[in-house]
Every structure is written in structure tokens, then in C-alpha cells.
Design a protein around this ligand. Sequence first.
Ligand code: PMV
Length: 295
Amino acid sequence: MITAKACAKIILFGEHAVVFGKPGIAVPVKKCYTLATISSEPFSYTTDKELNEEETIKMAKLFKLLFSKLDTNKNLSAHIESNIPVGCGMGSSASLSISLIRAFSNFLSLNYDAEKINSLAFECEKIFHGNPSGLDNTVITYEMPVFYRRKKTEFFELKKPIHLVIGNTGIKSSTKEAVEGVRKRYEKDERKYLHAFDEIEKITEDARESLEKGDIRKVGKLMSYNHKLLKELEVSSDALDGLVSKAIKAGAYGAKLAGAGLGGCMVALADERNKDKIMKSMKDSCHEVIYTVVS
Ligand code: PMV
């Protein structure tokens, strides 16, 4: 029996624009993770969560893909446990695939390196999201802050640890639908969308520099500006906007929706002194509040 782990992530900048070739910044969230345990038994799998019909179909496709890529006799069973909220922008699907790939690789002594794990996880992400950018699987595989562009990935270091308060609206959202919605609206009004993507690109580039310098105030401002642009892309919601305002009122440096939007999570940039106040302000309008420090 072998168990492997994969963390969660949060996107700090550039979601949606990243699908159109712009950069995105994501960081690992290590306190949330998936554990996959593999045993040598006739194939079956169990999870700690109840799966709906659509999720069950996707799991079947995931195992089919993994078994074909791993070239194994399939006499392996898997048990999956996770404390990552599902469908909420924290990378639950990429984390699931990566924990399974790591567990299979260890169990079958395949010794997959990070590059191999990442490219296989990208294939798995297509089952869940259709046309993913690759940002989620990359940040979760490497567990480092990443400045990601479709063809060029750069890892970078934060000058100072950042304190994040993540608010989960509890409203599940489909990344595939959110991405398709943006694409449709882009096709109707290319000028507006290209302008927004260009602005998001500038924000993301500035944000990387600010994170590398430790200019947390500037990072916060850029997050709030990024949220405003995501609203223009029509991927926010009243619940997300409400949480963003509450966090800012409680003293956050900045806040934005995180991930595909329409529901799911938002993230606020806090500091150690005001994180409790920010968490308290969000608690009543939130399904779950997660505090994490990324260094
Ligand atoms: O929050 P998630 O894990 O659903 O990621 C969505 C990020 C998008 O940029 C909207 C899509 C993508 O593939 O990058």
C-alpha cells in the first residue's frame, strides 16, 4: 500500500486571461491537500466524498486515461481523501490527478519526475475542464509560486511570506462553463475583452515584481484592480463581490475572486495583525474561511 499527497492552489492574478495566452500567478496552498492510497487489489476506488453522476463519469475517464498511460494490469485499487473544497477554485481536480499519478508512480516504481507528472496531470485536467491553461497542474506539481504562460513557466520567490484569507462561497461553479462563457462574450466584443486581457497582463507582470520586492500594499491594490477587471469579464457574482468588499472594509490590502469565478472562492491579502478581523468579517457570508501563509 502506498499513499501520496498533492496540495491545493489559489490563483492570485490572471485567471481567464491566462487561457488567452496572458500570464497568471498562482501559489500553492499546502494546508489543503488530497491523499491517494493505492493497494494491490482488483480495481475499485473509494472516496471520502459522495460523487454525483457527472463526477462519477469523470472519475471513470480519469482512471481509464491513467491506466492507459501507466500501461499497468489494472489490478490496483485507490482510496482518495481530500480536504480541498470541490469546484471552488482551489484546484481540487488537479490535486486529485497529481496525488493519484504520484501514488501510481511510486507503487509501480516508475519514478516519474515532476515534468512527467505535470504533463500527465495536464491531460487529466482536460477531462475535468475541457481546455485548461495548465496553470493549476503546474503550481500543484511544483508547489512553488509560479508565473505561468502557456508556453513559458517561471517559478519565483516571494520576498516576504504572504497571509491569505480565502473565502469559499460554497457555490460550486464549473470552470468549463465559466471559460466557455468568457470565450463567447469575447467573440461578440473582441475589443473590450482584448483590452481587459492586456490590462490583466500588466497587472500580473507588476504583481510579480511587487511580490519579489515584498511590496505587499501594491500587491493588494493590484488584486483589487484585477477583481474589477474580472467583474467586467462577467465572471464575478454578488456573493464574491460581497466577500471582497467585506474583506477590504476589514482592512485587507486587496481582494479578488480566485479561479474560474461565478461562485467558488475569493482571496484577500491580509497581514498577521488583521487576519482575524478579516476572517470574522467574512465568516457569516461564507461557507468556509481558510487562512494560509505562503512563503
Ligand atoms: O479555479 P480553477 O481551478 O477552476 O481554475 C480556473 C482558472 C482559469 O484561468 C479560469 C482556467 C484555466 O484553465 O486557467
